[in-house]
Write a protein that binds this ligand. Structure first.
Ligand code: AHR
Length: 333
């Protein structure tokens, strides 16, 4: 009898301990579920992975919108196709995300899908590039660079550089490697340069073609420019990666980029500083990609019910080759 009672006690104790353990485990898992439920879900419709700038931009979002900071990020790479971004946004709406962030490939064609997001009550924050719409209530805020000003800055730098070289009265032949046609970065930079050209009647824009913001297409287009024109003085590449492609094409044609042909890029990525230090590139006009924390700040304000500024420009600089060696280590992207 004693043995039976002893056995029963052992069983009861075991059951009690199992119960306690289960409760603790249930509590712990409930804790993580509750925490997960508290996360702010952000869908990011990214352009693609076409450039160093874009990679830095993606990393900026992926390191900001993490669980430790209270977010769950759903990231979509549209491979430079607007139709993929539209699909991604519809998926975000279906998943009932809290916010949609869009870096639009091109400026036009957003009314319908962003109207759907508005209808679903999901705020849309534009980052990097802009959209061209008649009703700006379909987005909550935009943060990015001033692309027209970047074009003006490129012209001002070239003007000063030519004066320094005593070439201000020479005919200066220019070609432009344009970004993705219809993207704000292309539209703004092309427009910024265009607006200032009449102030320089001795500058001739020989040609413009898109290199789609990629190094390989930039190289391909530059090769064809070099076949068509034997007197190019300046290449304006609407991003650094296309400038790198142009540099390769110029070297392959037996010329010295940075010396025989002036190379202007946009973005000011680290690799441009390396190209400037190597003497291959003359200047890079900054376009800052680190928008993750800026968008997070907007979301935090919205969460608190605060007002946010609709249009937020980021400060950007101009980095000529002479500054590259000193500044390269301080560059964050
Ligand atoms: O919209 C920003 C531009 O897009 C950057 O200049 C370019 O490198 C990127 O692909």
């Amino acid at each position: 009898m004693k043995r039976v009672v002893g056995l029963l006690l052992v069983c009861l104790l075991g059951l009690f301990m199992w119960g306690c353990g289960k409760e603790a485990a249930d509590q712990a898992s409930k804790g993580t579920t509750d925490q997960k439920d508290d996360l702010i879900v952000v869908g990011y419709a990214q352009v693609g992975a076409e450039s160093d700038w874009r990679t830095a931009n993606t990393v900026s979002f992926q390191t900001t919108f993490v669980e430790e900071n209270g977010y769950k990020l759903i990231f979509d790479d549209a491979q430079q196709k607007q139709e993929n971004q539209i699909k991604a946004i519809r998926n975000f709406i279906q998943q009932e995300v809290d916010y949609i962030v869009l870096a639009p490939v091109v400026e036009t064609g957003w009314e319908t899908v962003l109207g759907e997001a508005k209808e679903a009550g999901i705020p849309v924050i534009l980052s990097d590039r802009m959209i061209d719409v008649s009703d700006d209530s379909i987005y909550t805020a935009w943060v990015g660079g001033n692309f027209i000003k970047e074009g003006h800055d490129a012209v001002a730098w070239l003007d000063g550089y030519l004066k320094e070289q005593g070439r201000q009265d020479e005919q200066i032949n220019i070609v432009t490697l344009q970004g993705t046609i219809g993207s704000s970065a292309q539209v703004g930079r092309t427009k910024g340069v265009e607006e200032k050209l009449p102030e320089h009647p001795n500058w001739v824009m020989l040609d413009r073609q898109t290199g789609e913001f990629t190094q390989s297409k930039g190289q391909e287009v530059m090769e064809s420019f070099l076949k068509s024109y034997d007197d190019i003085d300046v290449v304006i590449a609407e991003n650094d990666n296309m400038a790198f492609g142009a540099i390769d094409a110029i070297k392959a044609a037996g010329m010295d980029p940075g010396e025989d042909i002036i190379i202007i890029g946009y973005d000011a990525v680290k690799a441009a500083f390396e190209a400037m230090i190597a003497g291959d590139m003359n200047v890079s006009v900054e376009c800052n990609p680190l928008h993750g924390p800026r968008v997070a700040e907007i979301i935090q304000k919205l969460e608190k019910g605060e007002k946010v500024e609709k249009i937020q420009y980021v400060d950007e600089g101009v980095f000529p080759a002479e500054t590259a060696a000193e500044l390269i280590d301080s560059r964050l992207y």
